[in-house]
Each structure stands twice: as structure tokens, then as C-alpha cells.
Design a binder for this molecule. Structure first.
Ligand code: PMP
Length: 406
């Protein structure tokens, strides 16, 4: 186990009382808390180095640029991209996936197919619906078996017509880890480009984009202890060279003439306008923090918590857990429902006990529809979650059941 007592001290926000109870924060799939190290990096940047990047020769501009590009290098190393040219700053996963779906519009033809899965977050679904609508391509879905992706269904739907396969690495509802490497290998046999939504995997497990061999990979800083409004789109260099930029303006040009313009080199070709400089520096600091703890140790810690809590949750009468039975296929995301109790009521009852969980459709309406429900409660863990927090959640659910008499 991680040294939780030591880690928790790095997160001042966790040390507070909510509704007369010590806060138990179990909404990490929505967003994570920030350690002092990240808060200090932001404060230091604004207190000492703040300037616009790339276009200044003065000392502060040079310092800001060095930190901003230094953060890009940290992210490159974190996901083992070949080159920092392959690391594009975005607002987050949603923008990253929208960009890829825009790239797709540059090449899709009416006969082509896009393959996604029924477990996608809306941000890896709606942009593809729009791309299909704009190009006449068709959007196909892979369905589930036993709480996880049906790989036979995937294999049956993958054909030489499939130009893009876009899939989540870890579901934000089922918690299931999809076998992205195996899937990518199969898809590449058909010449299909593979796009991965890494929003729920990158904060919790080691990512090696070269080993996975995916073509695009998207994630958000705020789910890995960095500020909101910063994220990454990784793309293979040869593809990023090929596709046209999505946004236009300052910073991304080489020369501008009255009637046309040329683009600068990667990665800046895609980064129009003043970027989120402090966000990128904050994400770099979050990566330093993750490395100091060790991403494998974090993954193992969360697996241990899942192994610890699952038998206790499964023992609660009337409680349904969504996703696979096999805990080793899961991360620390647990969506559940109690018979005859609306998840919003459950989440409110838990909040009265200081326990923060999410309730709703989790931006995955087609998945919830497929599962035959309109909403669930969801508890999600991170490196600062403890077994004591798990016990409090179980106790809180039992108390809520008693209170509502269900
Ligand atoms: N995909 C998944 C699997 C997610 O969990 C989320 C965040 N809930 C997103 C995409 C979207 O991330 P963001 O809102 O940071 O763009």
C-alpha cells in the first residue's frame, strides 16, 4: 500500500469537515484534488515568471517558454511518445477528441465507417456522430458481454471500410480496462486508425503510446491532479503532419499573406492563440508528483482498494454493481444502484455523512440505456483514498438504506 497518511498531507483540501463529518472524497473520476506541489508550481509561475510564450526575447518570456515547453517534454516522457512534436496541448479530453473527429472529416468518404463502443463517454461519441453526419460515413457500435467489451462483436464489425476506431481505455462507468493493445493490433490489419480516450486510464496506470501503437490518445489534466482547462492530444507525427489544423490564428502560422497562409511546424501548427501556459506548467508539476509516488504503485493501490471493498459492497442486499465481475479487469471506478432508491437520493444521503460520490448518467446515456437504467451512483478512488474511506462508504450506504427504509 501507499503511505496514505503522508500523501494526504499533500492535499490541503481533503482536511475539511463537510456536514459535520470529515470529508471523504470519492468523486475522482469527475475530477481530482491538487497536491501542494501543483498549487505551489502555479503560484510560483504567476509570482515569478508570468509572460506570454514563444514571442518574447525578454527574460520572463524566455523563462515562461522554457517552463511551458519543459512541461511538454515531461508529458512526452510520461506517455513515452517518440517526440514532443506529438504532444499537443488542448483544453482536455473533449477538445482532443473533437480535434481528431475534425481530422476524420478531412478524409472520410460516404462509404466509410467509424467504429466506437456503447461504453463511450459523450465526448467520444457526439463528435463522431457529427463527423458521420458531415461526411456521409456511418457510425457503428460495439456492444458488451458480461460487463465488458464483446471482442467478438468488435472483430465482426471491423472491416476494411472502418477508417477510424475510437475507444475508451477505461470506462468512466464500468471501470473496465479495455485491451487497447490487442484491439489496436487487430484494427491495424484493416488499415484502421485507432483513437483512444485515455481520460480514465492515464491518471491511474502506466501509459506507453509506442507500446500500445495507438494513432491518437487523449487525456485531461484535471483528472490527474492538474488544473482544469489543460489536456493533451497525442498523435503519431506522420499523421499530425498530414492533417490540417482545426483552429487558426496567431502562433500557428509560418507566413501570412493577404490571400493565404502557411503553417508552422509541429506541435505549434495546432496551437492557435495564447495557450494555457499555467495549466501546462501545472500539469507538468502533476506529472512530477505522479512520478515521485510511482504510477504502478498508484495502480496497485487502487486495485487493492477494489479488492477490499467489492466483497463488502456485494454483500449489501439490493445493491447492483455495473461492470465486470473480475476485479483485475477494473480500476477504482464503481458504479452502483440500490433497489428502490434513486441514486440522487443516495448521493445526497452520503453527502450528509461527508461522503462525496457522483450520481447521474455520467455523460454516457447510450451505455446507461443499454444497461437498462437512467442513472447510477458512482464512487471513484485515487492515490489518497484509503481503506478507511472504503469502510465509510459501505457504512454510509447501509445508513442510507436504513434511512430510506429500502
Ligand atoms: N472520457 C471519459 C472516459 C471521461 O471520464 C471524461 C470525463 N468525465 C471525458 C472523456 C471528458 O473529459 P473532459 O471533461 O475533461 O474533457
Amino acid at each position: 500500500m501507499l503511505d496514505s497518511e503522508k500523501i494526504i498531507k499533500d492535499f490541503p483540501i481533503l482536511d475539511q469537515v463537510v456536514n459535520d463529518e470529515a470529508l471523504v472524497y470519492l468523486d475522482n473520476a469527475a475530477t481530482t484534488q491538487k497536491p501542494k506541489q501543483v498549487l505551489d508550481a502555479l503560484k510560483h509561475y504567476y509570482g515569478n515568471d508570468n509572460a506570454n510564450v514563444h514571442r518574447g526575447v525578454h527574460t520572463l518570456a524566455e523563462r515562461a517558454t522554457a517552463k511551458f515547453e519543459g512541461a511538454r517534454e515531461k508529458l512526452r516522457s510520461f506517455i513515452n511518445a517518440r517526440s514532443a512534436k506529438e504532444i499537443l496541448w488542448t483544453k482536455g479530453t473533449t477538445q482532443s477528441l473533437n480535434w481528431v473527429a475534425q481530422f476524420a472529416r478531412q478524409v472520410l468518404q460516404p462509404d466509410d465507417e467509424i467504429l466506437i463502443t456503447v461504453m463511450e463517454h459523450h465526448s467520444n461519441l457526439v463528435p463522431w456522430q457529427q463527423a458521420a453526419k458531415a461526411t456521409g460515413a456511418s457510425l457503428k457500435f460495439v456492444y458488451l458481454k458480461d460487463g465488458k467489451l464483446d471482442l467478438n462483436d468488435l472483430a465482426a464489425k471491423l472491416t476494411s471500410k472502418t477508417k477510424f476506431l475510437s475507444i475508451t481505455h477505461v470506462s468512466n462507468v464500468l471501470g473496465v480496462i479495455n485491451p487497447v493493445k490487442e484491439i489496436t493490433k487487430l484494427a491495424h490489419q484493416y488499415g484502421t486508425l485507432v483513437v483512444v480516450d485515455g481520460a480514465q486510464s492515464t491518471p491511474h496506470m502506466a501509459i506507453d503510446v509506442q507500446n500500445l501503437d495507438v494513432d491518437f490518445f487523449a487525456f485531461s489534466g484535471h483528472k490527474m491532479m492538474a488544473p482544469t482547462g489543460i489536456g493533451v492530444l497525442y498523435g503519431k507525427q506522420e499523421l499530425l503532419e498530414k492533417f490540417e489544423p482545426i483552429e487558426f490564428g496567431g502562433e500557428m502560422i509560418d507566413f501570412v499573406y493577404e490571400d493565404h497562409s502557411t503553417w508552422t511546424e509541429l506541435p505549434w501548427k495546432f496551437e492557435a492563440g495564447t495557450p494555457n501556459i499555467s495549466g501546462a506548467i501545472g500539469l507538468g508539476a502533476a506529472v512530477d508528483y505522479l512520478n515521485s509516488i510511482g504510477i504502478d504503485a498508484i495502480h496497485q493501490h487502487e486495485q487493492e482498494l477494489v479488492d477490499y471493498i467489492m466483497p463488502k459492497m456485494r454483500a449489501i442486499s439490493g445493491l447492483t454493481i455495473y461492470g465486470p465481475e473480475d476485479n483485475s479487469l477494473r480500476t477504482g471506478v464503481i458504479a452502483f444502484n440500490i433497489d428502490n432508491l434513486h441514486p440522487h437520493d443516495l448521493a445526497t444521503a452520503l453527502d450528509m455523512q461527508g461522503i462525496a460520490v457522483r450520481a447521474g448518467h455520467h455523460c454516457a446515456q447510450p451505455l446507461l440505456n443499454y444497461l437498462g437504467t437512467s442513472a447510477t451512483a458512482r464512487a471513484s478512488f485515487y492515490l489518497y483514498t484509503t481503506k478507511d474511506d472504503c469502510d465509510k462508504l459501505v457504512e454510509g450506504i447501509l445508513q442510507a438504506k436504513e434511512f430510506f427504509n429500502v
